[in-house]
Design a binder for this molecule. Structure first.
Ligand SMILES: [Zn+2]
Length: 285
């Protein structure tokens, strides 16, 4: 009986030992599991840190490339052709309104004259054109002018051809409006349409886009009333052009108030600012 009990106890002890061993083994397993999980966490943390570092690096790279883009944008490697309308003496000689056209127009018409200021259109357009050139160059654009003096004899076709040869990206023709109704006022921008019969037709969409941005920014900067963008396919200076071309009628010289306003140096600063902004918007700067 004793022996039986001893053996039983021993058996129990064995079971106990077995249980303790299993228990310890389980604890070890759990412990090692924790370690493993902990290791995984560390590893995961490392991955996160690495990802963060990579993201930071990416951000730096992006920031660097943005800075590079900004620098490139600041340079504005675009060329603008400015054609200040008219000249001191009109030229009634005729020339075709477009390549291959039998219809003709005067080489350069006389332009209008300020009803209050008595300033002729050709003086106004050159003054504003030069101011625009200076402002665009300050922005980083390259600028070519059709004329830099009033006493010249350059026809509208010749002006367009000069613009084509200049390698400019766009052409801005500057004019002021006139009508036999002194109450009419406002700015309009004329552009060739897709139904234009001459090669400028290919630039119709771009010209329209330029007309829109130019008009919007000009009105915003000056507060001058908008008369909208207007299709004109009868202008020889536009029809002979092969680059996106618009003609801005800055306002009415036949309206006494607007005439004074358009010839005011402070207003001209605003006009130039608006035109520069419109050109920037066109190019996406
Ligand atoms: Zn004109």
């Amino acid at each position: 009986m004793y022996n039986y009990l001893r053996n039983l106890w021993k058996g129990d002890q064995d079971i106990m030992r077995e249980r303790i061993i299993i228990g310890i083994a389980c604890l070890m397993l759990v412990f090692s599991g924790c370690l493993h999980v902990k290791g995984a966490e560390i590893s995961s943390t490392n991955t996160t840190e690495k990802t963060t570092e990579k993201t930071t690096e990416d951000t730096i790279v992006t920031a660097k490339s943005e800075t590079k883009d900004d620098a490139e944008k600041t340079k504005k490697k675009k060329k603008i052709y400015i054609d200040p309308g008219h000249q001191s003496r009109a030229n009634g000689g005729q020339e075709p309104v477009g390549p291959g056209s039998s219809a003709t127009k005067a080489k350069v018409s006389g332009g209008c004259c300020g009803v209050s200021t008595k300033i002729p259109e050709y003086k106004f357009t050159l003054k504003l054109g030069k101011k625009l050139k200076k402002a665009l160059e300050k922005e980083g654009y390259e600028v070519v002018m059709s004329r830099t003096k009033n006493n010249v004899n350059i026809s509208n076709v010749e002006r367009a051809k000069k613009g084509n040869k200049s390698g400019a990206d766009i052409c801005i023709r500057i004019h002021s409006d006139s009508i036999d109704d002194s109450s009419v006022r406002g700015v309009s921008v004329l552009y060739p349409s897709t139904s234009n019969p001459y090669p400028i037709k290919k630039q119709a969409k771009k010209s329209k886009k330029l007309a829109k941005t130019l008009l919007k920014e000009y009105c915003k900067a000056t507060g001058i009333k908008s008369r909208g963008i207007i299709v004109r396919n009868d202008l020889s200076g536009t029809n002979w052009s092969t680059i996106p071309t618009v003609l801005i009628e800055c306002g009415f010289f036949s309206n006494p108030t607007e005439d004074k306003l358009l010839n005011d140096p402070e207003m001209q600063k605003k006009m130039v600012k608006g035109m520069v902004s419109g050109i920037n918007k066109y190019f996406g700067y």
